[in-house]
Write a protein that binds this ligand. Sequence first.
Ligand SMILES: Cc1cc2nc3c(=O)[nH]c(=O)nc-3n(C[C@H](O)[C@H](O)[C@H](O)COP(=O)(O)OP(=O)(O)OC[C@H]3O[C@@H](n4cnc5c(N)ncnc54)[C@H](O)[C@@H]3O)c2cc1C
Length: 262
Amino acid sequence: MEILEYARPRNMDEAFRLIRERRGTAIGGAAWLRTNTKIMTLGVDLAGLGLEYIREAGGCIEIGAMTTYRELETSPLLKSRFGSLFDATVSHVVGIQLRNIITVGGTVAGRYGFSDLNTTLCALGAKVVFYPGQTLALADFIEKGAGGPFLLEKILLPASMKAAYQQMRISENDFPIINTTSAWTGSGWRIAVGSRPAATRLCRRAMAFLGDEPRPSDEKIASASQIAADELQFGSDIRASAEYRREILPALVRRALVEVRG
Ligand SMILES: Cc1cc2nc3c(=O)[nH]c(=O)nc-3n(C[C@H](O)[C@H](O)[C@H](O)COP(=O)(O)OP(=O)(O)OC[C@H]3O[C@@H](n4cnc5c(N)ncnc54)[C@H](O)[C@@H]3O)c2cc1C
């Protein structure tokens, strides 16, 4: 990565203007940006804008765009509201040194197919807040993008939810072959699947099949897990074939649903 001009804006207005009017590239943790060899004409460093936080506000949990994975993993607030969910979701990502650098904003903005975190955020029904104020469902943003330059400010989560994450990797620190998170919202089920290897999608048919039953039977869970695998498209890459992904997904969805149901 080569940066021709580097800017460190002092506030969000300035950052937004540099990104929108001068087509600057937002710099989060820069762990992913630095893996490519492109020339960046204007880099807009988001450090110093106060976007590192995990806090409760207005009945939601707010996570600032510059919050690192390590902060997610070790947050007492997230632990008290979601149990070990965030730890389970991000702890496979390389090592603590990297997780101290990579950011929630860089992950959501990138809409990466392989993402562990985006799968969990989708299942929780997260919303993305773009500066200066537009809010989108994260699942819709991942599917359709933002349609132009944007500055991601924060993620909104429900105040608490019971959810479980499952994944399959060939080796511990590689990208996942497939991943899934299931969540019980209090009135229905949400199931997200990522690393297909394309980006995370909700399994709407499986979610509808489970309906509003908080304690579905083992048989119903098994059927929902199969519906999830049947309704999604899978692809092949160097890690796994589409057929393999489709074959193993039901077991992972079933495990996650059983964990949440108890
Ligand atoms: C070696 C390596 C291994 C990895 N392995 C995994 C893995 O196994 N599983 C997994 O889920 N992930 C993995 N990742 C990805 C990682 O989890 C992050 O998703 C990724 O690094 C992006 O975060 P970042 O902070 O580095 O973003 P950056 O590199 O800073 O930015 C990424 C993109 O997002 C944009 N951006 C950043 N912040 C904002 C913002 N606030 N508003 C608008 N745009 C923004 C940037 O312009 C850029 O286009 C890996 C990354 C690396 C480098």
